[in-house]
Design a protein around this ligand. Sequence first.
Ligand SMILES: C[S@@+](CC[C@H](N)C(=O)[O-])C[C@H]1O[C@@H](n2cnc3c(N)ncnc32)[C@H](O)[C@@H]1O
Ligand code: SF4
Ligand code: SF4
Length: 332
Amino acid sequence: MRKVPLVESLRIIGRGSSNWLANRPIVVSFEVTDACTCWCKHCDHGGPRDESRNLKPADYRRFMDALRPCVVQVSGGEPLMREDVVDIVRSIKNGDTVPYTILVSNWSHMTREKYLALRDAGIDQFSVSLDFPDERHDEFRVYPGLYRHLEDLIPQLAQLGHDDIVLNSCITTENLGEIENIAAKARKWGVNLCYSAYSARRTGCREYLPASSVQLDELCARLDRVEQRRDESNWIVNSPSTLEATREYFRNGGTPGCKAGQRFLVVTADGQLQPCSMQFKRYKLEERERMIAEFTASNNCDQCYVSIRSYLDKSFPKLLWENVSGFLSVRS
Ligand SMILES: C[S@@+](CC[C@H](N)C(=O)[O-])C[C@H]1O[C@@H](n2cnc3c(N)ncnc32)[C@H](O)[C@@H]1O
Ligand code: SF4
Ligand code: SF4
């Protein structure tokens, strides 16, 4: 995974430190649309939605000026359904290198031209969802031809050498047996890999949550084998401690101590604040302190360990250490 240059790294660390002290979020996820091209079995989005109240590209400046995050996710629904997604990214970045900005997408609508335009607008990392290393991905996402499209496009774009593409694989009971094969696919395509953990909170379906001792043993054995492939290039983007915490999440059926609303938050497509993508109490931008007092201070939800949480449940020194030795260039 490409490391962020030194000066930029220092600026991200500086902004992160001041946000930590000022109770501003470190990561903001902009869900730029609720609509989606897929109907994934593990998700509560899917298909068309009312888009009439979506924020316009210029509206994102108000959120950026108030929240000053050091990491931004541009997500959804499916963000590439927005015709103006490049303008949204430009508005978020405003010509600056900070924040570090990740596009979280299923890539059904990705093309070479869009990839280059999004890079030019300021996307630092392309997170591409992949649940299976073959056509079973299409069945799970209910989008015929998606796997073929990824298989064709991803290696081509990886060859451009920007080292900014990360496969994002959400572990469920359905793809538990594919943990190593997905890692092999990332290597074959010349891209990076990040595992995330299924949460039953989105759909209420517990069937996809690995929980039996046989499933948990398989999960651990397969992750152990993937760990052995870790090397200096940082192609396995999860830190070892995050993968360990992912196992714990499945073992315990949850992870307490969530800081949703405080260390991270979601901005919905129509411009409301939500603590996370699976908690639907909404607040105005000016009500962020109220969200922390009302929601975060008494939040007992432990029902996910998705990436936005896994970055941020750590103490600040640990968070800094892992990013310094992972994404950022500063040598510790
Ligand atoms: C909600 S999607 C939005 C962006 C885009 N549509 C995509 O699929 O990448 C972001 C990520 O959430 C994951 N996801 C969906 N449902 C989930 C669940 N129930 N638990 C954990 N992750 C989930 C998806 O696999 C995807 O990688
Ligand atoms: S996981 Fe992403 S692609 Fe699948 S339905 Fe949800 S938002 Fe759409
Ligand atoms: S654990 Fe936190 S981030 Fe996850 S669903 Fe619950 S409140 Fe949201």
